[in-house]
Design a protein. Sequence first.
Length: 744
Amino acid sequence: MKKSAYFIVSFLLITLTTSAQEVKAQGHTDTNKFRQMYDLLATPNMYRTASGAPGPEYYQQQADYKMDVELDDKNTKLYGVETITYTNNAKESLDYLWIQLDQNIAAKNSKTPLIENAKIDPSISAAGFSRKYLEEKFDGGFNIDYVKDAKGIAIPYTINQTMMRINLAKPLAHGEKIALTIKWNYNINNYMIDGGRSGYEHFKDGNNLYILAQFYPRMAVYNDVEGWQNMQFWGSGEFALPFGNFEVNITVPADHIMEATGVLQNRNEVFTPLQVQRYTQAENSFDKPVVIVTQSEAEATEKGFSDKKKTWKFKAENVRDFGISTSRKFILDAMAVKLGGKTVMAISLYPKEGNPLWEQYSTRAVAHTLKSYSSYTFDFPYPKAVSVNAQDQGMEYPMICWNFGRPDADGTYSDRVKYGMLGVIIHEVGHNFFPMIVNSDERQWTWMDEGLNTFMEYLAEISWEPTFPVDRGPARMIVPYMSGDQKNIEPIMTNSESIKQFGNNAYGKPAAGLNILRETIMGHELFDYAFKTYTNRWKFKHPTPEDFFRTMEDASALDLDWFFRGWFYTTDFTDIGIKEVKQYYVSDVVPAGFKAPVPSRRNRLKATGPQVFMVENGSADYKPEMDKPLNIKEIKPLNEFITANFKPEEIEKLKTPKYFYQVAFNKPGGLVMPIIVEITFEDGTFETHTFPAQIWRLNDYEVSRTFATEKAIKKIVVDPKLETADIDTTNNTWPKTEVKSKFE
């Protein structure tokens, strides 16, 4: 028994000693919100500098195309043959080349449908049931007839879903070129049925309206960041493409009207003399569009179904892609836009089903977009921008894009339809800047084109009309997403295919973040200069997120690591509130039990000489007679100090605060943001104070500020204009106000 007792006592002693040791705080890594982003950003090098600019060794590959394409309108099929001349500007040799076959997403053996969840529909239309369970699947993948070299000798290749590897006989060395000739065809999808970013729309009158893109085998990007960008195309992540020059001949039915990327080389052959004359008139019309192919002409043509053919010839310089739209239903109008001493053509194509909405707004919206975006970035460098009316579409390519929005059959339309159409035109035309010119990798970082473009779209929309009903951009509009279920939210810096809420994550949140930077953190002048610096550094190049983050800091002299880390790399949210407000009164009577604090070196002046005491309202030392505005002459030490140290004319210039408040702000949310405080006084006047985000640098949970005012404070509100995406405004007001329910 004695032995057992000794063991128990010893065990307890050891346990207590161990526990005491464990209480001691352990070391930790730096988790401060203001720590630098060295752990997240790629190391600067000779290709991409620490400033965010291209380095002295920066390079990019070039892919030039010569192409002949023919549309079989009756069988909705496309045939093509192209010669790609690929230049290797990388210092290293390439053992093989990768080419994108994006149409293979619609092939019969496509794996894309297999990665989606599939459940039984409780209710489904007969047409939907037939399509889902009974009908043979549409086969829209590329059929590759051959790949040959410049001598006509077949080159071996391997197709892996939406990617094709060209197996070179010998490595392609630095500075060398190779010419590949590829012949292909594919069945064009009815995108209204089969989906897709391109295809055709079929009308009841038997006509088709074609929007053709990803219609040819396209070179993948090879660069200093990831080598080959040969990530499979699953549908969400868009495209990464090198720049090059295009010569494209497109053969279609003779009664079609067409627009495409590039400059039309044979206008006199494909338009009537009268239409050519109208186009010349449009080149000198800067105030309103000129109709080149009229509605009456289009209505007559769409009844014809010509068996003859016509070839349209286009050339485009320094573009990353090529798009085509063609139909016998098209009306066409255009107007000139002056940008930096250069004339650019704004053009629209639309069937009669788009009128009167399209003839009234489309081309004007194109012109407005070019002017707005150019003012924040660089003058639009291409010769034209085309808006095509395609039902249920919104997609972009160099110089051409497809946009939804049509009136009802009787020609009437709601504001929702009108502004929806204007919004999509501005957005898709704006994509000419991001990513068609500032050529980011859409397959990997969707936000770099969609987010930046949505931000620019917002600026263009409110300059079109200050009351434009925007749905993305302002900080307040991203609050429902950021306050949602964390299981359904990913950081912005997430690959395109892994994002659950694509619109909010890749469009809305980046746009809101840029607006917060511009409106609240940086200000217009610093932001606009830095943003313009980024766009000019990286136009016609391939930027990465690091290049954007670094340039915004480099050109503004602002450390924004705290913002980029929180907003782009986490799913934290903003929630800043008022914890408490204390009012103080000035006294020259020493409070009971007062102990003078040991003054720091910095604050020694505050503790020397006769003292003035600050007494908190409601504290033990508070007396009802204190509850009055400060009169300096009644506080003897203060009055004597001022009289002895200031001349009468200097005393007149001194501030005359009468009320003193200490406000404690807390931060339940994880994001750091500036504290914007609106103070309303009893007489109804108000003033706003903004404290930089760095106020949180030493305490991420609670900070305090004092306010010495000439008038009594009636109300204090944090973030009164909803500038910081604060998800909970119930704690933003003092005195705390009752929040009405949604029902109320």
